[in-house]
Design a protein around this ligand. Structure first.
Ligand SMILES: [Zn+2]
Length: 360
């Protein structure tokens, strides 16, 4: 397999985010969203002959086109404020971990204020206890967004496909909320950049094993960006638990432009590919001129974070089917089995370049 000619865009800052674990169910766990994910992917794609590019810097305007500037400012400054306030040195709190969340029930309809205490404030933008902020978190998230934006530039310049090696992942981050190990929504940022660059109709196809709740939220009321996601059924007890159900179809102008295909735990290649085909049919109906793929590799049978049972061969076939839809911008999302991450990415991208080579 050779990926010669496929642009792979990465940013060295993506290695700087060291969450150092996560607080899950009240206990500190090792966590699986580790820097090695990015280096393993880069090594595998380099060995497969892809054209490796460094991400270029883009203005914050491309980020705030989909995110609340208040979230962006918070992510940019939270660690420095935490450190300056002495939480690590004086209190042994080595990462930013919220403990209080302004849920609808807490606020009871009253406006959300900005708390005076930093440890109160950090729950405003984060919806879980496992998406920690530490030194390098902002730089990594910003670098990942620049990788996605650089890939968007290449696709708008005529590249049939491009892959952005984003880490941390992004599809659980909403307009003003981070969580699910995600900070900035790289796929949404790329899709909006395509729109702002003159692509009239865009589709996002989310292949991650978990529902892309952040992406769904950002485009829920819009019909210019279709969002389709195949994922393990949240109703069977899986993250993000509250969202990702099949009756979430979009609202207002976006009614019908959102599609969720939840799968039962244990679903393998046939069921997963049938769902991918349904999403591809939707994308054709939507008449999308470019496709953004949220490529989670955690649907793989060996992945520790999901109960789906998809093979590398199926990822390759999914790549072929999605790439047949048109110009394809691939954004890395999850995938946590470090022993298969590289081969799975190579399989998928081999599938993506195959129909493009036949066309060329
Ligand atoms: Zn996932």
């Amino acid at each position: 397999m050779s990926l010669a000619g496929l642009p792979v865009i990465h940013h060295p800052d993506c290695l700087r985010h060291e969450p150092g674990g996560e607080v899950w169910l009240g206990v500190w766990d090792a966590g699986t969203e580790v820097p090695a994910r990015a280096s393993i992917l880069l090594d595998a794609l380099t060995r497969a002959g892809a054209d490796i590019h460094l991400a270029t810097g883009h203005d914050d305007g491309a980020i705030t086109a989909v995110h609340d500037p208040a979230l962006v400012g918070h992510l940019e400054s939270a660690w420095a404020q935490w450190e300056a306030a002495g939480y690590p040195a004086e209190h042994g709190r080595h990462r930013v971990v919220p403990y209080l969340f302004p849920t609808a029930g807490l606020l009871s309809g009253l406006p959300c204020r900005s708390p005076a205490a930093l440890h109160g404030r950090v729950g405003r933008f984060c919806y879980d206890t496992m998406t920690l902020i530490g030194p390098g978190t902002w730089e990594a998230a910003r670098g990942a967004a620049d990788a996605a934006l650089t890939a968007a530039d290449l696709v708008m310049s005529g590249a049939p496909s491009a892959y952005a090696l984003c880490r941390p992942p992004g599809h659980h981050a909403g307009r003003d909320a981070h969580g699910g190990s995600c900070y900035l929504n790289n796929a949404a940022i790329a899709a909006q950049a395509l729109r702002d660059g003159g692509v009239d109709r865009v589709a996002i196809v989310d292949l991650d094993a978990h529902h892309g709740n952040g992406t769904q939220a950002i485009f829920y009321a819009r019909d210019d960006v279709y969002v389709g996601s195949v994922h393990v059924d949240p109703g069977a007890g899986w993250f993000p638990h509250y969202l990702g159900f099949s009756d979430e179809r979009g609202s207002g102008a976006g009614a019908g432009a959102n599609r969720n295909l939840p799968l039962a735990p244990g679903t393998g290649d046939d069921g997963w590919l049938a769902a991918v085909d349904l999403l591809c049919a939707d994308v054709r109906r939507h008449r999308a001129e470019a496709v953004v793929v949220s490529l989670g590799l955690d649907a793989a049978v060996s992945d520790p974070e999901s109960p789906l049972a998809v093979s590398g061969a199926a990822y390759r076939r999914a790549g072929e089917r999605v790439a047949a839809l048109g110009p394809t911008l691939v954004v890395q999302e999850g995938g946590y089995d470090l022993t298969v991450l590289g081969p799975l990415a190579v399989e998928t991208l081999t599938g993506i370049v195959a129909p493009q080579r036949r066309r060329g």
